[in-house]
Write a protein that binds this ligand. Structure first.
Ligand code: PDD
Length: 286
């Protein structure tokens, strides 16, 4: 079955979907997006994803072309039209097509794209061994809370990690941990989970929220506060979280092992809790 996408009111094969060269998403990266994991054909935390989409749209002053209920219906439809029990739905809204001018066009109609592919979560081997990461200076803009399609800095930073043989980059801004190129980052020290606060320097991750909720439910000591680079380098555990990676241990940083160099006990408990939570939520939705 070829992949079916939704573009501006129509469902069509991905290979046939076309956007104007004047689309401001193409010209300026002027748009926002979401990535929603789908387990057993059910979208996970879908209301939260559309709350965040609304915040991103408000931040960049694009009128939401649909209600949350319409969005959720559209996600269900795209999942139904594509193969696979577990999918990763990608959607983006750009400011639309207009003659090139930095200022907003008066009457452009937002371009809406929704597509879905297989959800590729980390293989067992990465869950058991963890992954390498490298640090880099976070040189992105000061609105990292907006899920913008302008991802050039994130792409450059991820490639920096790939070039170093690592899976992700751990970003530091003025001596403090922010996040990864496409994930949130947590540290553990002395059994306490340390989470950078949700502010303009990080994306408010949906998985981040699940991890915080699970930590509270499991009574894992938790501090949501700025995490200094020295604490990152001396951490007992480092994790990354995202909708596609779920929760994954970082076991080397800049070529040096994180503590023992093996995923730690707090990670193992959280990974298990996350899998249980996911299963319970999906069962309840069935
Ligand atoms: N990225 N931080 C950044 C910069 C991200 O791009 C992402 C997600 C996250 C984690 O957010 P969530 O838990 O809601 O997925 C944090 C997606 C998966 C992507 O761009 O593909």
């Amino acid at each position: 079955m070829s992949e079916i996408v939704y573009l501006d009111g129509k469902f069509l094969p991905a290979a046939e979907a076309r956007v104007s060269v004047l689309d401001r998403g193409f010209i300026f990266g002027d748009g926002v997006y979401e990535v929603i994991p789908v387990y057993s054909r059910r979208a996970f935390r879908v209301a939260e994803h559309f709350r965040r989409l609304q915040k991103s749209l408000d931040a960049v002053r694009i009128a939401n072309p649909m209600t949350a209920a319409e969005w959720i219906g559209l996600v269900d439809e795209i999942v139904a039209r594509n193969a696979g029990e577990d999918q990763s739905v990608y959607l983006q809204v750009t400011r639309g097509v207009a003659k090139r001018d930095h200022a907003f066009p008066r009457d452009a109609i937002p371009t809406v794209l929704v597509m879905s592919g297989p959800l590729v979560t980390p293989p067992a081997e990465k869950i058991e061994r963890g992954v390498p990461a490298v640090t880099a200076t976070d040189y992105r803009w000061l609105r990292c809370d907006v899920k913008s399609v302008s991802l050039l800095a994130n792409c450059l930073l991820r490639q920096h990690a790939v070039d170093a043989g690592a899976d992700e980059v751990v970003l530091l801004r003025e001596g403090y941990l922010t996040e990864g190129s496409s994930s949130n980052i947590f540290a553990v020290k002395g059994g306490t989970l340390l989470a950078p606060p949700k502010n303009h320097l990080v994306l408010p991750g949906i998985t981040y929220d699940v991890v915080i909720e699970l930590a509270q439910a499991k009574r894992v000591p938790l501090e949501v506060r700025e995490v200094h680079e020295s604490e990152v380098r001396a951490a007992d555990e480092l994790w990354l979280t995202s909708s596609t990676k779920e929760v994954l241990a970082i076991t080397t940083l800049d070529g040096r092992p994180v503590a023992s160099g093996r995923p730690g006990p707090v990670f193992k408990a959280m990974h298990r809790a996350f899998q249980d939570f996911k299963r319970d939520v999906m069962r309840a939705a069935a």
